[in-house]
Design a protein around this ligand. Structure first.
Ligand SMILES: Nc1nc2c(c(=O)[nH]1)N[C@H]1C(S)=C(S)[C@@H](COP(=O)(O)OP(=O)(O)OC[C@H]3O[C@@H](n4cnc5c(=O)[nH]c(N)nc54)[C@H](O)[C@@H]3O)O[C@H]1N2
Ligand SMILES: Nc1nc2c(c(=O)[nH]1)N[C@H]1C(S)=C(S)[C@@H](COP(=O)(O)OP(=O)(O)OC[C@H]3O[C@@H](n4cnc5c(=O)[nH]c(N)nc54)[C@H](O)[C@@H]3O)O[C@H]1N2
Ligand SMILES: [Mo]
Length: 813
């Protein structure tokens, strides 16, 4: 989230599109209710289904899954055509005025540089024109044909309300009604907040869905302000913490990059990380990258990381592919290229697409280790459960070791919520039986490996034997020790860079924040953005003071928010060029003539003059990006692409199937249904129910009673066409597998007209499997396609093709 859960109460308009907050985030949804009750805020829901969020919305519109980019580009086009743009904000705070290099073009779904064979672009022209002074050239009049604003205007011009209706199935009058409600938020005193989750991410162009809304929010002037923002509603309680700590396969903690094999040494790695400002006076805060990186390496390797050995850069693995994402790992497993798979707190057989392929992969492993407090389908993948999991155990040689862990409720530690708040929690119970904490198990594995390497040597033992492990009890580092390490400390006395006689930190002391990090090896910090969470003043994450001066929803003394306890990032954008709040009734920070003050921690240097330094301090431009340069693989502007399996051809580029740069493994192409396939005529989507949490609450009787068995939702019209009765059995199948479920025939799903064709939606909840207290059932992922987003490989769980028929139900012996 750019903002926080508690800030949602400050909004005038909530748009839930690409998520179902009332169902999947019912506690956080409270803040929508507050905004409605206390401010008269309105709620819009745009979803293929009239869902639980829609049932309390002021306005609902249907949309076909996988078509949101057309809708969003349509909204931007409408705002531009109808002058619903916050001009002062857009001109000053976005890259609208920047000139794009000559040679950049877009035609029929593709930008300059496309290579069909490689399914990739040469992105050289997706860049600004740089002037003789080394800065990007701008045209403040926004008249130059190559300025971002005019390119954007041109790019979105095809997305008329008629085209939106044709692609999305959203009736034109409903689209226009929403456009008017959204357009009102271009006023400096009205804001809209965007709440989204998997309805946007789980597509082959998921990242571009989100960019589409971010661009709209920028031209409305809604980023950095109270009640505004791009608010990703995170999933698992600590999934934000997972990304923050670099658990993505191409990241290091704090959103630093894992090196790639073209960066064999530290100098090469740093050569592309200068982050030189692209306009005069800009902060371009990533200029401090070296400090974050060196402090991370000191935290990891202590005395083994020295200036002479480039801070042990050679210890880090170098990526030979863009990502070792889960799809790639299972593809390799299926090819027999993986021996050992370590599965910690993850049930991929249920959670990842194309179960048959996953099962084949797991069957080819030598060893599978599952660390989990519960039995999971993944640990039991080899067991024959008849129709629910048909296997021949005698033909599977994989050895499975289950290590029982404690669960989050039995642990102490911090969880990072969607609003970037690190909240400390305490155990609510003691673990049963032989369960041990994840930390103990990981420590044991590490110490044993270390001993083996110390004894036997090996190709390259250094990164393991030299890993910093200075915990009081090496067998089980405590949550406090780990948290203090993330925050970081001074390794020697640290002096003020402007006055070398002034000591600012004594050796051994906890850092007050990342502002004091050094690139000379004198500071250590495991995750720079978490710095400030455990200082000399103690555990900031354990703070529970809910005072809120000015009733702004900031709650600065409750827990700790990264970065620097800031609750709304880019908050300098809440003020105009003089540093006065755009909306005085929603003041956040302001310029008092000498410095920035206010209710939140200013996201700008305290004395940076308002006219000089732009609010988007992490960007070299200082401004928000409408045109995203080379940063995304599939284009500097979002384009409507159909899902890989679609009931209609792409009307703007009929030859393009799916996202033209998504990675598709060879064998998976054969398992996609053809566009408009008569064998698979229905558009399916998958989602969750409040009563279950993924695949583990089915171990619990209460949840299992509330939602006892697998069902699918279909419209009354489709039920009539196919002779399906409410509560009757159906069989649903795709190119990859089939499942049985009960039919819920509902008015909440309606057929849509897409490009002149009737399209029926089939809705499939995800929660059932063959382990647990609930009745056995089928996970949705027996059906889903094995393909992901072009940038980050999130699977396309939300849009694929199926067929359906009335059935006698599963043959259970
Ligand atoms: N009770 C409960 N809460 C949970 C979870 C749980 O399992 N149970 N899981 C947690 C996790 S890990 C996550 S990630 C979040 C997920 O939170 P959400 O993303 O809100 O949950 P989903 O139910 O997967 O999908 C949300 C909605 O997206 C819609 N949708 C599908 N495709 C599209 C599309 O193309 N466009 C649009 N506009 N909408 C579309 C679906 O109809 C559905 O209503 O929930 C978290 N909260
Ligand atoms: N078709 C379809 N597929 C989907 C989705 C969808 O919308 N549609 N959503 C996707 C999303 S967003 C998600 S997040 C995934 C969820 O997929 P998973 O993360 O695999 O689902 P969970 O059931 O939450 O599994 C987590 C496991 O962690 C265990 N666990 C709990 N606490 C601890 C602990 O402290 N330590 C350890 N070691 N284990 C613990 C639980 O017992 C459980 O078995 O599913 C994905 N798959
Ligand atoms: Mo998730």
């Amino acid at each position: 989230m750019t903002n926080s859960w508690t800030d949602i109460k400050n909004t005038d308009l909530v748009i839930i599109m690409g998520g179902n907050a009332a169902e999947a985030h019912p506690c956080g949804f409270k803040w929508v209710t507050e905004a409605k009750a206390n401010r008269g805020a309105k709620l819009i829901v745009v979803d293929p289904r009239y869902n639980r969020s829609a049932s309390v919305a002021d306005y609902y519109a249907p949309i076909r899954q996988g078509s949101d980019i057309a809708f969003l580009m349509g909204l931007i086009n409408w705002c531009i055509q109808n002058d619903k743009v916050q001009w002062a904000y857009t001109k000053a705070f976005t890259n609208a005025s920047f000139l794009v290099k000559e040679g950049f073009e877009y035609h029929e779904g593709l930008f300059t540089g496309y290579d069909e064979e490689k399914r990739d672009y040469n992105r050289d022209t997706w860049e600004y024109e740089i002037g003789p002074d080394g800065y990007a050239v701008v045209d403040d009049t926004l008249t130059h044909p190559r300025c971002v604003w005019n390119l954007l205007k041109q790019h979105v011009s095809i997305y008329t309300p008629e085209l939106v209706e044709r692609i999305c199935g959203t009736p034109k009058d409903k689209f226009l009604h929403i456009a008017e409600m959204v357009g009102e938020c271009s006023s400096p005193t009205k804001t809209m907040t965007s709440m989204y989750a998997l309805g946007w991410t789980q597509h082959s162009k998921g990242a571009q869905n989100i960019r589409g809304m971010a661009m709209l929010q920028l031209i409305l002037g809604n980023i950095g302000v109270r009640g505004g923002g791009m608010n990703a509603l995170r999933g698992h309680s600590n999934i934000q913490g997972l990304t923050d700590l670099g658990l993505l396969s191409n990241m290091l903690p704090g959103y630093l990059n894992l090196p790639v094999d073209k960066e064999p040494d530290f100098a090469t790695y740093m050569s592309t990380r200068g982050f030189k400002p692209l306009r005069p006076n800009q902060m371009s805060y990533w200029q401090n990258y070296r400090k974050f990186f060196v402090s991370f390496m000191k935290s990891m390797y202590g005395d083994a990381a020295t200036a002479e050995n480039d801070w042990a850069y050679h210890y880090l693995p170098k990526l030979d592919v863009p990502n070792y994402d889960i799809l790639r790992m299972f593809e390799r497993m299926k090819k027999g290229e993986i021996n050992l798979y370590f599965c910690q707190g993850f049930n991929p057989l249920q959670a990842f697409p194309n179960r048959a392929k996953l099962s084949e992969g797991l069957s080819k492993l030598k060893l599978l280790v599952v660390m989990d407090p519960l039995q999971t389908e993944t640990a039991r993948f080899w067991e024959d459960h008849g129709v629910y999991n048909k296997t021949d155990p005698s033909s599977i040689q994989t050895e499975v070791i289950q290590l029982p862990t404690t669960c989050f409720a039995e642990d102490e530690g911090s969880l990072v919520n969607s609003g970037r708040w690190l909240q400390w929690h305490w155990p609510g119970g003691s673990p049963p039986g032989e369960a041990r904490t994840d930390t103990w198990i990981m420590a044991q594995i590490h110490l044993r490996l270390k001993a083996l390497y110390a004894r036997d040597g090996g190709a390259f033992p250094d990164p393991i034997v030299n890993l910093n492990w200075s915990y009081k009890d090496p067998d089980e580092p405590t949550p406090e020790e780990l948290a203090r390490e993330m925050n970081g400390s001074a390794l020697v006395d640290v002096f003020d860079p402007n006055d070398p006689t002034k000591k600012i930190l004594e050796a051994g002391k906890q850092l007050p924040g990342f502002g004091v990090l050094r690139d000379d090896g004198t500071t250590a910090s495991g995750c720079w953005i978490f710095s400030g969470c455990w200082t000399e003043a103690g555990n900031m994450m354990a703070r529970r003071d809910n005072s809120d001066p000015g009733d702004t929803g900031a709650y600065l003394k409750w827990s700790f928010a990264w970065p620097a306890n800031r609750r709304i990032i880019y908050n300098r954008a809440s003020c105009d060029l003089e540093g006065k709040p755009w909306d005085p009734s929603r003041k956040l920070i302001e310029w008092d003539g000498a410095k920035w003050t206010g209710y939140d921690v200013p996201d700008i240097a305290p004395t940076a003059k308002p006219g000089d330094v732009g609010p988007f301090i992490m960007n070299a431009e200082g401004s928000g990006r409408l045109f995203v340069r080379k940063m995304m693989r599939d284009g500097p502007f979002p384009v409507h692409y159909e899902p890989f399996e679609s009931p209609v051809a792409n009307v703007i580029a009929p030859k393009i199937v799916g996202n033209p740069v998504s990675r598709v493994f060879k064998d998976d192409w054969k398992q996609f249904a053809q566009t408009a396939s008569p064998d698979f005529p229905y558009a399916a989507t998958t989602y969750r129910l409040t009563e279950h949490f993924h695949y583990w609450t089915k171990n619990n009787h209460v949840n299992s009673v509330l939602q006892p068995e697998q069902f699918v939702e279909i419209s009354e019209e489709l039920a009539r066409d196919k002779g399906i009765a409410l509560g009757g059995w159906v069989r649903v199948w795709s190119m990859r597998g089939s499942l049985f479920a009960k039919a819920v025939v509902t008015k909440r799903i309606k057929p849509m007209t897409i490009d002149g064709k009737i399209v029926h939606v089939v809705g499939i909840p995800i929660h059932w499997g063959f382990v647990g207290a609930a009745r056995k059932g089928f996970p949705a992922n027996v059906l889903t396609p094995f393909v992901g987003d072009a940038n980050i490989e999130t699977p396309e769980f939300k849009a694929f093709l199926v067929n359906i028929e009335a059935s006698a139900g599963p043959a259970v012996s």
